[in-house]
Design a protein around this ligand. Structure first.
Ligand code: TNX
Length: 512
């Protein structure tokens, strides 16, 4: 019934039926969770459950409290014919208790019209639950294809349904810059738009001739961050530098090597065009990160650092001169020099740096969070160096990869990553010692969107694989795919009610 599977669950006799006499009570710290629960129950049940700050005499209540002996994000849910009690170790825990309550109700609860003829009955149950990892993430690439704000908000609701708590937003890339920076407005005015997109993955792919673009204003970002926080999701921003930066160079050519004009890139793949490493370029990105850190209050800030070819640097006399001045012998050292300059700016403001595992090719500032994407070797190396690890191995949790071997699989990128593959994901490399394992914060599924040009396509690629990843990151204990599959089938009815166009095993593709 529950997905992700809770630590323990015991069914009892009886049931609690939500009706016009039901009220919600909550401790002061849990008021906003109570309001949120009220607002999700209202449309489908038609019940406007009153919020009471004291337990009434006649106890037909959903009572939200902070409980003793529960860790962060943990909760207890007790349903009996007398009432429902949700105890959280903290407000996030109480929120997850509410998510489990929603999963105990008929799936029609997720509809947004008043569904007649449904008994809103919750079978009596006792659930104890706590997450396995603190970082349960999804990376969304809004740079390759822009995702409008309202679809990001919808995506946050879907994450919360799966008890995912970290949205890593990939905000910039060669093909687009998606966040307004007040001090450098051309980043979005120019860098937010491209003339066309390639039709397919190969370097020879023709263009589709259709302009694409969009960006979030700073108010949009504040709204996204606030909406996420209400759902106990932290938004981790990423500005990808010094590679993957052609959109910024298109906006300000002086950021590129040689200062030549550029267009926002209209190809996919690894781009030889990269930032120069002048002090003025470092200063420019300090400004960018200052605005980013003002907008995103979370503890972690991403600077990318992946796929930065060094050919432009080795062929450029000025860059060679800068390397000599800085006592650097190899271009890889220059890349880490650049990341270190901005990294120290991030850490000076009390934040942690996040970067892709490519950074491990050289020195990385202490305390950096490394996202291991080229398999799990980066995870092992980073943990052994005392850095922090987010596991996101491409062959297990890249949701842009094809979903099966079937010849009619649309946009058949890379190797198959099936629901079963994602379910088998374990963020902890078995070869680590117990002490090294402490450095694994968790994992995330990555949704790169070169081939997802609409939110419908993202639904198709993300679900149901993200359901499996969520369970791999939340649940402890042995995992058996067959057992999960049964619960997943039940869960898909919830996604149907929400209106998620997930990949079905059979039938036509929803977005063709
Ligand atoms: C590699 S993962 C990339 C992305 C692409 C992705 C496509 C990583 C750090 N870089 O730029 O979108 O492959 O699967």
């Amino acid at each position: 019934m529950f997905l992700p599977r809770p630590t323990s669950m015991q069914t009892d006799n009886g049931e609690f039926v939500l009706d016009a006499s039901t009220a919600i009570t909550a401790a002061p710290e849990l008021r906003s969770t109570a309001r949120w629960l009220q607002s999700v129950l209202r449309p489908s049940t038609g019940l406007d459950l009153p919020f009471l700050s004291h337990l009434p005499e006649a106890q037909h209540t959903i009572d939200l409290r902070l409980g003793e002996g529960l860790g962060p994000e943990a909760y207890r849910l007790r349903v009996s014919s007398d009432g429902i009690v949700i105890e959280g170790g903290d407000p996030a825990g109480a929120f997850y208790g509410c998510q489990s309550l929603l999963q105990s109700l008929p799936s029609e609860v997720h509809r947004r019209y008043e569904v007649a003829g449904v008994r809103w009955a919750v079978p009596a149950v006792r659930v104890e639950d706590a997450p396995r990892f603190a970082w349960r993430g999804t990376m969304l690439d809004v740079a390759r294809h822009f995702m409008p704000k309202h679809d990001v908000l919808r995506f946050l609701d879907l994450m919360a349904m799966h008890r995912l708590n970290t949205l890593h937003l990939h905000l910039t890339d060669d093909q687009g810059w998606r966040v307004e920076i007040l001090r450098h407005p051309r980043l979005t005015e120019v860098g937010g738009w491209r003339s066309e997109s390639p039709l397919g993955a190969s370097p020879e792919a023709p263009g589709d001739g259709r302009p694409h673009g969009g960006f979030y204003t700073q108010d949009d970002i504040r709204e996204i961050v606030g909406y996420a926080a209400q759902r106990h999701i932290t938004v981790v921003p990423e500005v990808d530098i010094p590679g993957h930066s052609q959109a910024a160079i298109a906006a300000y050519p002086e950021l590129g090597v040689g200062g030549e004009p550029a267009e926002v890139w209209t190809r996919w793949g690894v781009n030889p065009r990269v930032l120069n490493t002048e002090e003025s370029t470092v200063a420019f990105f300090r400004d960018v990160l200052d605005e980013i850190m003002d907008l995103f209050p979370g503890p972690v800030v991403g600077v990318g650092g992946d796929e930065c070819p060094t050919t432009e640097w080795s062929e450029d006399a000025r860059t060679q001169e800068l390397m000599r001045e800085r006592g650097l012998r190899h271009e890889n050292e220059l890349r880490s020099w650049f990341v270190r300059q901005l990294g120290s700016h991030v850490t000076s403001r009390g934040r942690r740096l996040l970067g892709w595992d490519d950074l491990l090719e050289d020195e990385v500032p202490a305390g950096t969070v490394v996202a291991s994407w080229r398999g799990m070797t980066g995870a092992v190396t980073a943990a052994r160096r005392g850095l922090y690890v987010i596991a996101c191995p491409d062959d297990q949790v890249y949701l842009d990869y094809r979903q099966s071997e079937r010849s009619d699989e649309p946009i058949p990128v890379a190797v198959p990553v099936t629901v079963e593959t994602t379910y088998g994901f374990d963020p902890v490399p078995p070869e680590l010692t117990d002490a090294e394992r402490e450095h694994v914060l968790g994992g995330q599924a990555n949704i790169w969107t070169e081939h997802m040009d609409s939110p419908r396509t993202v639904d198709y690629f993300a679900f149901p694989r993200l359901c499996a990843v969520a369970e791999a990151l939340w649940s402890t204990g042995e995992r058996r795919y067959e057992e999960f599959r049964g619960r997943l089938d039940h869960h898909l009815a919830r996604l149907d009610a929400v209106g998620v166009e997930y990949r079905r095993e059979t039938g036509p593709l929803p977005w063709q």
